[in-house]
Structure formats: C-alpha cells, structure tokens
Design a protein around this ligand. Sequence first.
Ligand code: GLP
Length: 241
Amino acid sequence: MKIQIVKDYEEMSRKAANIVASQIILKSNSVIGLATGDTPKGMYKELVRLYKNEDIDFSEVKTFNLDEYYGLAKDNPQSYHYYMMENLFKHVNIKKRNINIPDGMAESIEKECERYEKKIEKAGGIDLQVLGIGRNGHIGFNEPDLKFEAKTHLVKLDEDTIKANSRFFNSIEEVPTMAISMGIKTIMHARKVVLLASGREKAEAIYKAVKGKITPEVPASVLQLHPDATFIIDQEAASKL
Ligand code: GLP
C-alpha cells in the first residue's frame, strides 16, 4: 500500500484525475471503477477539464460504478446514476453503452448482482478502481461486518452511513436503508486501486485502514493486501498516521 499525503482537497483531486487520465492514455479501452460521494467530485471536475483542454478521449473507456441505492430510480437526483451523469458522463465523450451502474430498481436484486459481476468479468476485469472511504471505514457500501462480502451484493446500510449520507437528502427518513455494492473480492480483483480521502472526519478511518489490523470490521483495511493500492490523502485525513 502506497500512501501519498498531499496538501489539500485540490491537490488530491488533481493527482487522482492525473492517474485516471494516464490510465486512459496508456490504454484507451481501459475499464475504470468509479466511486461517488463528495470526495471524488473534484477529481471528476478535473477530468472534465482534462477532457476539454487536453483531449483525454473517453470514447473507448468502460466504467463500472461501485454501488447504487436500492429503490432509487436512475432519474432520482439522489441516485448515483444521476450523480455520475451530472459530475462526469454528460460532460465527456463516453458511450452510453460503456457505462455500468447497478440498477437499484431491478426486479430481482439477486439476478442484478450476478449480471453486474459477470459483466465486469466479461469486460476483462477492472484496470483501475477509484475509491472513497466512509467514516466507519467502508469502501463502496461494504459496511463493517464479521466477514468480507465477496461479490456484488445487497447491503443493509449502517446507521452511521445513513446519518452521514443524509446531508444529500431532505431528511434522514428519505435515505435508502439498502444498497447494491460491489463486494470486497470484486474490488480486490481490480489491477490497481486508488483511494481518496480528505478532511479530519476521515482521519480515524484512514488510521485504522493503514495501520490497523486487517479485519472486516474496517473494510478498507483489506487494501493492505492489495498488490497495487495507493491512498491519496490530504494532511487532515492523514493527521492520525
Ligand atoms: C458513500 C459511498 C462511498 C463513499 C462514501 C464516502 O457511502 N457509497 O463509495 O466513499 O460514501 O463519501 P464522501 O466522499 O461523501 O465522504
């Protein structure tokens, strides 16, 4: 696990965007795993700038998002589909058929999880996975648990996560209590992983993920075992290291 401590959110976003852009330059048909939340917004903004100013070409890129809320339609402004459209996809030349996000409205969630996992396999696996981190150490929506959930699955969200994510909703009651998420095995299979964290509220989770025991109770700690994982974290998120 490599740790890069940067000055602030802007530097973290620039560094992360450069990693994604160079992945695309080196392999135009890269398969990229994407994350949502506040943390990667700056990275997406910088990627859009690179697309416009430096001609980074998304036309052959395939993307797979980590997760989606269960029960939210694609056009719901709180859905991760909507987030991805607004923050990245509608600004670059990615092809619609190359965008993959779990369908939170699928009739059979079990089948949807299987379909998603198979599609990642068929695409040749993920070349580069971008991750954020929850305050409780979750990655994707893999919440602290007694075991590492292997593949894409339905998750019951933790109280802490529901509370943290309620800032995107009108009220806490509106936050979905379940989500579909890639599993730890799906994430660990990515050839390269980049985790981003900014701000003091992530310092404890970063400390446990980097220095703590490898345990499903801190899902991000599993990345200590990944052969090519880089944490790009700002000084506040690194303040407990
Ligand atoms: C959500 C997402 C995660 C994200 C985390 C942190 O729960 N499912 O993928 O990493 O929140 O979000 P933020 O970056 O807003 O702190």
